[in-house]
Design a protein around this ligand. Structure first.
Ligand code: SF4
Length: 194
């Protein structure tokens, strides 16, 4: 198996296709040279339609947190992007449905074997934190993010940068004053290490 073959296999995945209102359309990026892995939730409609991950206001805010231009962000040699669910899960009563639970167990482990240069995994939102941190999480996402230093150097937990979370960001100003600068600094160190 090669990474290219695995990516082709994932692109043809139909494991939970019967539950996806818009059908399977896996959106992810993986490159052996990537030094940062970004694990988000699942594509929204705009990402589903464009097949470009984080190509929405959430992505704009995330790039601001990381201090990266679109060009740097979308350079696969910098960042691989594998959400907890690779396909758009559809809408629920209050926004998009959660990522399909079948997806990460089916594909993440296989992909990670081809990403030997990772120095840092950004865990964006509760689903990736639950999957990767398990019992190491705090009682809620706010406390997990507040204690981000406990998970370094491997993981950096973050809230979802969605405009829907603007209230959370306003309520927790320490995120912008303490966590975002630490995130930018860690990313900068990784780029400089080469
Ligand atoms: S969400 Fe994941 S498991 Fe489901 S069809 Fe898409 S790639 Fe396959």
């Amino acid at each position: 198996m090669t990474l290219e073959k695995l990516k082709t296999e994932i692109s043809a995945c139909r494991i939970c296709g019967n539950f996806l209102p818009h059908g399977p359309n896996p959106v992810f990026r993986a490159n052996e040279k990537s030094r940062i892995l970004l694990v988000g939730q699942a594509p929204g409609t705009r990402v589903h339609n464009t097949r470009i991950p984080w190509n929405d206001p959430s992505g704009d805010r995330l790039r601001g947190w990381l201090g990266l231009s679109r060009e740097e962000f979308y350079n696969e040699e910098n960042i691989s992007i594998i959400p907890m669910g690779f396909c758009y899960p559809g809408k629920g009563k209050s926004g998009d449905l959660p990522p399909r639970a079948e997806c990460a167990p089916a594909w993440h482990g296989k992909l990670l074997k081809f990403l030997p240069n990772l120095r840092l995994t950004l865990l964006i939102g509760q689903y990736s934190q639950k999957y990767y941190l398990g019992k190491r999480r705090k009682e809620n996402l706010t406390e997990t993010v507040r204690n981000f230093k406990e998970y370094l150097p491997d993981f950096f937990p973050l809230p979802h940068p969605s405009p829907r979370n603007t209230f959370w960001l306003q309520k927790h100003p320490w995120f912008e004053t303490e966590v975002v600068p630490a995130l930018k600094e860690r990313c900068q160190e990784i780029w400089e290490e080469g």
